[in-house]
Design a protein around this ligand. Structure first.
Ligand code: PLP
Length: 446
């Protein structure tokens, strides 16, 4: 039986009523890409309050890599519910936090001694990574990338690139942040072509140290190993090794923000592993907690120990329920072939999306790693003019036909796949049929 089941027009009456209450009670700054309100979710589907069932390509923005409400996660949380909910690691500590830190030290790239700090969200983790890098190096400068997204707090907004809707109107941001172009081959800022460019974008860091900020003042370079909100851009394999070599030669750290690309999404536990790199600090969040809020900063032990006692922390960081859920998530990755599944999904997606690219000029680029896949939509393939309006129409068609799909990209013209990795092949086909119909409808509109 098909997973998608629609009983009402979308949104249904109960979702519409909730949207009205929302608009009086919740600030409009918290936008919603889909107008349906969820009643329950399981594995790769969710059901709304009107009884409509959708396939979920959003996963709560990439938080459900192991699937919604997996039994192992739910029962680990239930067990912890009967013990204690909160004591604060800084007041009366508990073993779950320590166990979680030990597991993170094992699963992140690099065989060197590591330590892990747990916090609540991706942005809070990035904030802490910056604090730790500054404390360790005694330098303040941070270099981030064009098209980067690191969060919505003040420091992470300084690191984030996209102006609307994230940064516009919220300045001033913390100082000493510098920005350089990412290895975005489809929209190269230097108008060069890979491989002839010899990853000039990485080598350009040397130039930045001469012309923009002295390397002696730079604590770290921070990058997403695959751009998330920036449009699922995958750099060439030489980019990060070249970049990190320059960082280290100049005494700067390399921080990998794996908040979206991590936890199995790309077919490796961390996308960094695709490039054979060992970041000095890795930031994880989203799918780490299996649906509960948890984030981690994992790094070389001597770097993580730079801030003195009391320099790091927060009331709820490493909450016992979140740790219990995350340990169950890690067990699931060990027991199930979710990494292989991510690769299969990637191949499945690319096979069909490349066909679409041949059929419709609207599909400008198809790209991704493993289960982190996207299509970039353009109005004229040669000029690569972003098709943001068409992208919106496509996601609307999708949710009206039973597929939750979300967008990305600095030009809001990318449709991305963050499907829970437990999606069945039948569900994947069903979802891809909806996406294909959406593309056909928009491409062939008279
Ligand atoms: C790469 C990256 N870093 C940081 C964040 C911020 O995470 P959070 O929303 O949990 O604060 C996000 C969120 O989308 C992200 O994709």
């Amino acid at each position: 039986m098909a997973t998608i089941q629609l009983r009402t027009a979308i949104p249904g009456p109960k979702s519409r009523a909730l949207a009205e209450r929302r608009s009086s009670a919740v600030p409009r700054g918290l936008s919603a890409s889909t107008p349906v309100y969820v009643a329950k979710a399981q594995d790769a589907w969710l059901e709304d309050v009107d009884g409509n069932r959708f396939i979920d390509f959003g996963g709560g923005i990439g938080c459900m890599n192991v699937g919604h409400r997996r039994e192992a996660v739910v029962s680990a949380v239930r067990e912890q519910l009967d013990q204690f909910l909160h004591t604060c690691m800084q007041v009366t500590p508990y073993e779950l936090y320590v166990r979680m830190a030990e597991r993170m030290n094992q699963v992140t790239p690099g065989k060197f001694p590591k330590k892990t700090l747990l916090v609540n969200s991706g942005a809070e983790a990035v904030e802490n990574a910056v604090k730790i890098a500054r404390a360790h190096t005694g330098r303040s400068g941070i270099i981030a990338f064009e098209d980067a997204f690191h969060g919505r707090t003040m420091m992470t907004l300084a690191l984030t690139s996209k102006t609307h809707p994230y940064k516009a109107g919220f300045a001033p941001f913390p100082a000493d942040v510098y920005r350089i172009p990412y290895a975005h081959c489809y929209r190269c800022s230097y108008s060069m072509k890979y491989p002839e460019c010899d990853v000039y974008c990485a080598r350009h860091l040397e130039d930045t140290f001469k012309r923009v900020v002295a390397s002696r003042d730079v604590a770290a370079v921070i990058a997403e190993p695959v751009l998330g909100e920036g449009g699922f851009v995958v750099p060439p394999p030489e980019f990060f090794p070249a970049l990190i070599e320059i960082c280290h030669r100049h005494g700067a750290l390399f921080i990998a923000d794996e908040v979206q690309s991590g936890f199995g999404r790309t077919g490796k536990m961390f996308a960094s592993e695709h490039y054979g790199i060992e970041p000095d600090i890795v930031v994880s969040a989203k799918s780490l907690g299996g649906g509960l809020p948890l984030a981690a900063i994992t790094g070389r032990a001597e770097i993580m120990d730079a801030p003195g006692p009391g320099g790091l922390g927060g009331t709820f960081g490493g909450n016992p329920l979140s740790c219990a859920a995350a340990l169950a998530v890690l067990d699931l990755f060990e027991k199930e072939n979710l990494l292989d599944r991510a690769h299969e999904l990637g191949r499945h997606f690319q096979r069909r999306a490349k066909e679409w690219q041949k059929r419709w000029p609207l599909v400008g680029d198809v790209r991704g790693l493993g289960g982190m896949q996207a299509i970039e939509l353009v109005k004229a393939r040669e000029r690569r003019e972003p098709a943001a309006e068409e992208t919106k129409q496509i996601t609307q068609f999708c949710y009206e036909h039973g597929l939750i799909a979300i967008t990305a990209g600095s030009y809001s013209n990318v449709v991305r796949v963050l499907v829970p990795l437990v999606v069945t092949s039948e569900q994947m086909d069903e979802a891809m049929d909806v996406l294909e119909a959406a593309l056909q409808g928009v491409s062939e509109k008279p």
